[in-house]
Design a binder for this molecule. Structure first.
Ligand SMILES: *Cc1c(COP(=O)(O)O)cnc(C)c1O
Length: 231
């Protein structure tokens, strides 16, 4: 099941790249493994998956402890400031920075560990009240402030698009995120580049790739439905 799912997602990524005239190597697939037990992640690992996305610090840390060292862990969920210290040295990229205060905490913890933390800024493009992320109008200001931190590398933007029936409805959201990133890149702010666009989930990753995603976060499409009752 897992093998077939991975093959299907891989084929669809390739097709979306072909439609958009993009090279497959421009898009990183993040296997979103939240709520799934470590032995399932191990199966995915054995099938070649090396990049996993988690949305809870405790879960990420637990799985980090029992799975191989060459896995690259991505924090994709809302991050509480008091938990940064547990995960800062275990993640390749934090997708969900949505305030200067959170960035400040990451900066402090990164300095303690003598590392530079890679982060994305989460943008609430569709202005959904239920979602985290900065609204587009606040982006410039936050980017300028965060760019001054010496232990942070801002690498791009992330968004969680609305939950829609027809993924085409999210095309404009993805196009907007891309436009925002181009606008910021054109300002040539020091300590910052906009090389990563993290957008697209199981329901809409093909559209996201057509609109320029460089990272897609796919959970259900790889691991099947999540059963929150068991967690
Ligand atoms: C759960 C989650 C995903 C994956 O969702 P699917 O619809 O299962 O692919 C992607 N991004 C974030 C931030 C998530 O929390």
């Amino acid at each position: 099941m897992l093998k077939e799912n991975l093959e299907q997602v891989e084929a669809r990524i390739q097709q979306a790249c072909d439609r958009a005239g993009r090279d497959r190597s421009e898009v990183t697939l993040i296997a979103v493994s939240k709520t799934k037990p470590a032995d399932i992640l191990r199966d995915a690992y054995d099938l070649g998956v090396r990049v996993f996305g988690e949305n809870k610090v405790q879960e990420l840390v637990d799985k980090y402890g029992v799975l191989p060292d060459d896995i690259r862990w991505h924090m994709i969920g809302h991050l509480q400031r008091n938990k940064v210290k547990y995960m800062i040295d275990k993640t390749e990229l934090i997708h969900s920075v949505d305030s200067v205060r959170l960035a400040e905490t990451i900066e402090k913890e990164a300095e303690k560990h003598n590392i530079t933390a890679n982060i994305l800024i989460e943008v609430n493009v569709a202005r959904e009240e239920s979602k985290f992320g900065v609204i587009p109008e606040e982006l410039d200001e936050i980017v300028e402030k965060i760019a001054g931190f010496s232990h942070l590398n801002v690498k791009g933007l992330m968004t969680i698009a609305p939950n829609v029936e027809n993924p085409e409805e999210n095309r404009a959201v993805f196009a907007r995120l891309r436009k925002l990133s181009v606008d910021i890149a054109n300002k040539n702010v020091d300590n910052m580049n906009m090389s990563i666009l993290s957008m697209g989930m199981t329901n809409d990753y093909e559209i996201a790739i057509e609109e320029g995603a460089t990272m897609v976060r796919v959970g259900t499409g790889i691991f099947g439905e999540r059963n929150y009752a068991q967690v």
